[in-house]
Design a protein around this ligand. Structure first.
Ligand SMILES: Cc1cc2nc3c(=O)[nH]c(=O)nc-3n(C[C@H](O)[C@H](O)[C@H](O)COP(=O)(O)OP(=O)(O)OC[C@H]3O[C@@H](n4cnc5c(N)ncnc54)[C@H](O)[C@@H]3O)c2cc1C
Length: 399
């Protein structure tokens, strides 16, 4: 326990980044005042588990991680349904949506992002975007009550929506703009496995197709594609990326409006830190600026940011992982998915792609054959020069 003089900490966002920061501050400083604001109606829940909840195989209460007691016991002031509207950097205060003002000595912005939406002139009641428990409840209900649905977006979140509709016995058309699912991370060889696994679950995977318009009044009845194909639907769910919730703080941002921080997660304002999804930071491991979005990464970022707010010097050198658990084969992505790839397909269900920058391993994507996760992280952390990249694709290397 550190011996500090009384400090005021304010955290915006009770996602995993904000909640883990609050916990770390309290563990290290028993005297501090810690205020945690969320615009949601419930305290921290596990967003990853929402995919299982939407499929109908996990009751909602199992997604809850912290209840009111958890905050009370730790003397953390939780403000539910309280959106922070503004940060007044010059006065070190934040203003809530109710006009109340709270002062801070150190502030953490852990506000994540919101689903990117289509710029449409009308609101369709059966058009869904996914991020919160409220979204998940709506999608679950929609999946249970729909005969046919279209899911749009070939990324990590789109696959969860496709699985949710299909597992509720809804005829599901999964529309992917490119020639494969998650083109950022895997080649056609790897995507073939995922497409087959989706088809086995009853998902119709349709690639190289762009939804160009929605037809219907109040409800979408048809999705029309750029090639003129039409899909009659009862519901449409869309996952085409996120936009950062970064407007509230007047600190330096990148061209995509993500808050920029240094390796200690400090923004251009020395009293303001940022952590979690949609934060552009300098990674001492990758030796470049990067943005990552995963549960473990946001959790670690919250903890590191808290340490730095407490006055420690703790550069953020964490390696992220992201798993997809819908199938009988495991999918796991680690680290950075840009750079020079080498890859191998070992069997119908086993595939591995490794990414290198300047002869260093920076990331991996694995399907089926997921052995050696810790070794991969060590290699990335150690920054070893790898002469024979292909050797790392041999199974014997990881045994
Ligand atoms: C369906 C689904 C499946 C996923 N699957 C995986 C997976 O398998 N593996 C994985 O690693 N990750 C997965 N993720 C992603 C993972 O959940 C996120 O990376 C993680 O939750 C991000 O945490 P965060 O704290 O950075 O941001 P968030 O969880 O977005 O939290 C930010 C919080 O801040 C609140 N907020 C925003 N602005 C304000 C404001 N002005 N005032 C008050 N509150 C505000 C938001 O409402 C939100 O509650 C999944 C996400 C979803 C939705």
């Amino acid at each position: 326990m550190m011996n500090l003089c009384y400090m005021d900490y304010v955290i915006i966002g009770d996602g995993v980044a904000g909640a883990s920061a609050a916990e770390r501050i309290r563990n290290e400083d028993s005297e501090a005042s810690v205020k945690l604001f969320t615009d949601e109606s419930q305290a921290l829940y596990n967003r990853i588990m929402l995919k299982t909840f939407m499929k109908g195989t996990l009751p909602a209460q199992y997604t809850q991680m912290h209840d009111a007691d958890w905050y009370e016991k730790r003397d953390i002031d939780l403000y539910l349904e309280t959106r922070v509207e503004e940060v007044k950097e010059e006065y070190n205060t934040v203003i809530s949506e109710y006009g109340e003002e709270y002062s801070y000595e150190k502030l953490l912005v852990a506000t994540g992002g919101s689903p990117r939406e289509y710029p449409l002139d009308e609101d369709f009641e059966n058009l869904h975007y996914m991020w919160t428990m409220k979204d998940a409840e709506e999608i679950k209900e929609s999946a249970e009550n729909s005969q046919k649905a279209a899911v749009i977006g070939g990324g990590l979140l789109g696959i969860d929506l496709a699985a949710a509709y299909a597992e509720n016995n809804c005829e599901t058309y999964y529309l992917i703009r490119g020639d494969r699912w998650w083109h950022r991370g895997i080649s056609k060889k790897g995507a073939e496995i995922i497409h087959r696994k989706l088809e086995e679950k009853g998902v119709n995977v349709i690639t190289e197709v762009e939804a160009s318009s929605f037809e219907g009044e109040e409800r979408i009845e048809k999705v029309v594609t750029d090639s003129g194909e039409e899909f009659g639907v009862d519901a449409v769910a869309v996952a085409i990326g996120q936009t950062p919730n970064s407007d509230i703080a007047d600190v330096e941002k990148n061209e995509a409006s993500m808050i920029k921080v240094d390796e200690n997660l400090q923004t251009s304002d020395e009293d303001i830190y940022a952590a979690g999804n949609m934060v552009d930071y300098y990674s001492p491991v990758l030796e470049e600026r990067t943005v990552k979005g995963s549960w473990d990464h946001s959790e670690a970022m919250g903890e590191y940011a808290a340490d730095n707010m407490l006055g420690k010097d703790r550069p953020f050198n964490f390696i992220n992982t992201y798993g997809v658990g819908h199938f009988d084969v495991q999918f796991l992505a680690i680290g950075d998915w840009t750079g020079e790839p080498v890859e191998k397909k070992y069997s119908e269900d086993e595939y591995r792609r490794l990414f290198f920058k300047n002869d260093r391993l920076v990331g991996a994507v694995m399907i089926g054959f997921t052995k050696g996760q810790e070794k991969i992280k060590d290699l990335i952390q150690d920054k070893q020069k790898i002469k024979d990249k292909e050797a790392l694709l041999e199974k014997s290397y990881w045994s």
